[in-house]
Design a protein around this ligand. Structure first.
Ligand code: GLY
Ligand code: MN
Ligand code: MN
Length: 461
């Protein structure tokens, strides 16, 4: 754990966050970072990732630590390493140094937390061992983060209100994650001509992220089978006629995420069918981004993308009908089954540990319509929110071969025409878009999206 020299601005950022929290709630809060889990012996642990709610207020990824917040005051609880640890892990910063870096008022041992939990609210960490300790300290059962009650629920609402829009400190980190992710994608494109397997492109992309001392913010998707939405296999060979879909994002050491997808032709040139569909997905992407500004309903962006895709597929002769009617009957979901995107922040799909508390405006519920039910964000946009825009087109066998769909859309889909697009299994184009006071800023703009620009990049690197 390194304490950076910009720690005075970190302390200021954290002070501002807890002051804002104190303006929303008037009860004490304890947040745990979580325990690092051993694989087979204590010193061989799985990679540690601190809870994002902890990170938001504590700033640093401290394993096995807790903070107590009350009326804007910050107390840090953590144990100093055992003396023997220095042999294996070197000298680590002491509790007091860490407390100074994050602007904590007091630094205490973990055992001092014992009698401080009775009136406090908390959010469970998704780690069984930590949840047990949380229950002991709070002296009550603590339920799942997506079904909180009482003060815990009030706390979750307050935190969601704060984390929904990003402060200056967060935006500095989010821009770093975006910039490194752009470089990772460029490296992936550059590595493609010589790569034999998907794994080689993944390695080139993650290599850039690791070289910046960052990690990935989710398991990378680098696949010629883009129709498998969250494909985490990397063993397929790259063939000249394939499209490669890469959904890879970096996470800064303080935990802030990026989330980018590009889809490019392995050969360096889209086939005519691939190009036709790519341009439809890009038109949906561009139309959404051009529409983003405060007050716009995110669900309307989703429906805009759906309409642009439906219209494009009608023009290609794949769908038949009026685009608006096709969207009303969910025909677009045959090819675009997921939502247009989600919140981005300390997590990809930010705050989804809280269920839909952050993503959905109070009083709104998930739709039971196919496709719309996967919409993860349904609120009016606000300045300072960071969202992804990620339309796609996929030929998912489980959807297209489903007997009910075949029957329902028998006269809507021109199945014979569709069969001419067999070399388009999955296309997604995803960027990270900050809502500004009057429109938006694409944090990942440096990475080309236009088909010609993608081809030019592939052929010139
Ligand atoms: N990388 C996961 C997503 O785009 O939502
Ligand atoms: Mn995404
Ligand atoms: Mn993604």
């Amino acid at each position: 754990m390194v304490i950076h020299n910009s720690s005075s601005s970190l302390a200021e950022t954290l002070l501002h966050r807890r002051q804002r929290l104190a303006s929303l709630i008037n009860f004490p809060v304890i947040l745990w970072s979580g325990y690092s889990n051993p694989r087979n012996f204590p010193a061989n642990a799985f990679p540690f990732r601190a809870s994002s709610h902890f990170l938001y207020f504590a700033g640093l990824p401290l394993p096995n630590a807790a903070i107590r917040l009350e009326s804007g005051k910050l107390e840090l609880f953590m144990d100093n390493p055992e003396p023997s640890s220095a042999l294996w892990h070197g000298e680590m910063p002491k509790r007091e140094e860490i407390a100074a870096a994050i602007g904590a008022d007091v630094a205490r041992t973990m055992s001092e937390l014992k009698h401080r939990g009775r009136d406090a609210a908390s959010i469970p960490v998704q780690n069984y061992r930590t949840t047990l300790i949380q229950s002991q300290i709070l002296q009550r059962e603590i339920s799942s983060p997506s079904h909180l009650e009482g003060l815990d629920q009030e706390l979750a609402k307050a935190i969601a209100t704060l984390r929904l829009t990003h402060d200056t400190g967060a935006l500095i980190e989010l821009r770093k994650a975006a910039a490194v992710s752009v470089e990772a994608h460029k490296a992936g494109m550059s590595a493609t001509p010589k790569a034999k397997l998907e794994a080689a492109v993944r390695a080139a992309m993650e290599g850039v992220i690791i070289a910046h001392n960052m990690t990935t913010s989710y398991n990378s998707i680098v696949t010629v089978h883009g129709e498998v939405l969250h494909n985490e296999a990397y063993h397929h060979p790259l063939q000249p006629g394939d499209l490669l879909l890469a959904d890879v994002g970096a996470e800064t050491p303080m935990g802030w995420a990026a989330d980018i997808t590009r889809t490019w032709p392995v050969s360096g040139k889209f086939s005519p069918t691939q190009r036709d569909v790519y341009d439809i997905v890009l038109a949906a992407h561009d139309a959404c981004i051009a529409t983003i500004s405060p007050g716009v309903e995110y669900q309307d962006l989703h429906l805009l993308a759906a309409t642009v895709i439906a219209e494009g597929l009608v023009n290609l002769g794949i769908l038949q009908g009026n685009p608006e009617d096709l969207v009303d009957m969910d025909a677009h979901t045959l090819f675009f089954p997921h939502g247009i995107g989600h919140l981005l922040g300390l997590d990809v799909h930010d705050m989804e540990d809280l269920g839909d508390l952050a993503g959905y405006e109070a009083g709104r519920k998930r739709s039971d319509r196919f496709g719309l039910g996967y919409l993860r964000l349904n609120r009016p946009l606000k300045s300072g929110m960071l969202v992804t825009i990620e339309p796609g087109f996929y030929q998912v066998p489980a959807i297209l071969n489903d007997a009910n769909n075949r029957e329902k859309y028998q006269n809507i889909v021109n199945w014979e025409r569709l069969s001419q697009f067999a070399d388009v299994r999955g296309i997604r184009i995803e960027d990270d878009v900050l809502v500004t006071d009057d429109s938006s800023e694409v944090l990942t703009l440096e990475l080309p999206t236009q088909a010609n620009a993608v081809e030019d990049f592939l052929n010139s690197h």
